[in-house]
Design a protein around this ligand. Structure first.
Ligand code: FES
Ligand SMILES: [Fe+2]
Length: 428
């Protein structure tokens, strides 16, 4: 499907404002389906969004020691982050040799003093300096190795362990960018005593669906009861009380970030017991909870223990603090497909029994073979197939526009779409 002429601006680019129809008086919000199918939209997203925002690279806990590195694509570009042996800082480099281009970091993770390009063996250290050139004499005396170090991405900053990069040197500082999302990120980090750690192991999968469908789905409270019916039945079979339901609020956190904060029937390793965890876990979870109350006071501890958070850090980072904490990022590979990378996060010094329950809880629902992820992929691919059928031009995202947004409403998605529209139309 290509865009109809009316969605193009005078310069020939896509006018995203024509793809979003918001009518506050009538309480309607619609998104044109070409936003999920058009190649022109996809190209413009790469240029106007992914080249200019902060994007998640990884977590500092993945590279605790000097020389530790992880390599991964960010916005489809190969980069790697490495802890510098001299500085102790996290360096984020473009993964390309300054000689003639080959990628210099060729493994997903590891520890290394140097990165040697396999093509002609130029060698760089963990701070990016070029430290070895075979047959250096051939370049003459004026050859300036100091100017041929690895290129850093334009900006890289860390917020309490979460490392972000931007390809735009003019991008605002990370803390300002995170804005209203910080409070929620802080809750997740403070639950872990400030020592949140990514558990080793990465989940990678793909789906035949536009990336924005996963943005919506990751913060969608409305679909839980229907799409994940099997999971709820499973919980009931273990003795979980479903009468709690899903209740809470959704919030626009500014800059396109959004959160859904709610009470749900499932348990939380920090620190809300449920039958899935087994009776022997009750005391321990009670102790955890008491500790959080002592540290943070009744109200904040209650949010940490009882409430779930599905959070979008615009444009493509999801931190879902639910029956386990998942960190998930994804990137369009075309207008109709995406690649997803996900990790589980946990407090570093968690007791082994609690860790075990967390891992079980994570895999049962959130893992690629769990109750939720395959169902969600099926739903999103089904939407994409539905778009190809044609006949209907608009998606409806109006739910809850006439009231204070609740957990099953769609205000959080509207927050994303408004920012998406503005950036697509040139806002920085
Ligand atoms: S391309 Fe890396 S050494 Fe030649
Ligand atoms: Fe889901």
């Amino acid at each position: 499907m290509t865009l109809v002429t009316g969605h193009r601006g005078p310069a020939g680019d896509v006018a995203a404002s024509a793809l979003i129809e918001e009518d506050a008086a009538r309480g309607t919000f619609r998104v044109h389906r070409s936003a999920m199918t058009s190649r022109d939209v996809f190209d413009q997203e790469l240029e106007r969004i992914f080249a200019h925002t902060w994007l998640y690279v990884g977590h500092e806990s993945e590279i605790p020691e000097p020389g530790d590195y992880v390599r991964r694509p960010v916005a489809g570009r190969p980069v790697f982050m490495v802890r510098g042996a001299k500085s102790g800082q996290v360096n984020v480099f473009h993964n390309t040799c300054t000689h003639r281009g080959a990628v210099v970091c060729r493994r997903d993770r590891g520890n290394s003093k140097v990165f040697q390009c396999f093509y002609h063996a130029w060698t760089f250290d963990s701070e990016g300096s070029l430290v070895g050139v075979p047959g250096r004499d051939a370049y003459g005396e004026k050859f300036d190795m100091s100017s041929l170090g690895l290129a850093r991405v334009a900006r890289a900053e860390s917020y309490r362990g979460f490392v972000f990069a931007s390809f735009d040197p003019q991008v605002t500082d990370l803390v300002s960018y995170l804005g209203g999302a910080r409070e929620y990120l802080d809750l997740v980090i403070d639950e872990a005593d400030g020592q949140l750690q990514i558990i080793s192991g990465t989940q990678e999968y793909g789906m035949q669906a536009n990336w924005k469908l996963l943005v919506e789905n990751s913060i969608d409270g409305y679909h839980a009861a229907s799409t994940h019916d099997t999971y709820f039945k499973y919980l009931v079979s273990l003795g979980t009380d479903l009468s709690v339901g899903v209740s809470g609020v959704t919030k626009d956190l500014g800059n396109g970030h959004a959160v859904l904060e709610y009470l749900a029937p499932w348990g939380r390793p920090i620190a809300r017991w449920e039958p899935l965890f087994g009776p022997e876990a009750k005391d321990e979870i009670g102790t955890l909870r008491a500790r959080l109350v002592a540290q943070h006071g009744e109200e904040r501890a209650r949010r940490m223990c009882d409430l779930n958070r599905n959070m979008l850090i615009y444009p493509n980072l999801i931190i879902n603090d639910i029956m386990a904490v998942t960190v998930r990022t994804f990137m369009p590979t075309s207008a109709t497909s995406m690649a997803v990378t996900a990790w589980e996060a946990a407090p570093r010094d968690e007791l082994p029994e609690v860790r075990q329950r967390r891992l079980d809880s994570f895999l049962t629902f959130l893992g690629p073979g769990g109750f939720a992820t395959p169902d969600d992929i099926e739903a999103l691919e089904s939407c994409q197939q539905g778009f190809a059928s044609g006949g209907v031009e608009w998606n409806d995202i109006s739910r809850g526009m006439h009231r204070d947004p609740q957990a099953t409403d769609e205000e959080q998605m509207r927050a994303f779409w408004r920012r998406w529209r503005d950036q697509m139309d040139g806002a920085r």
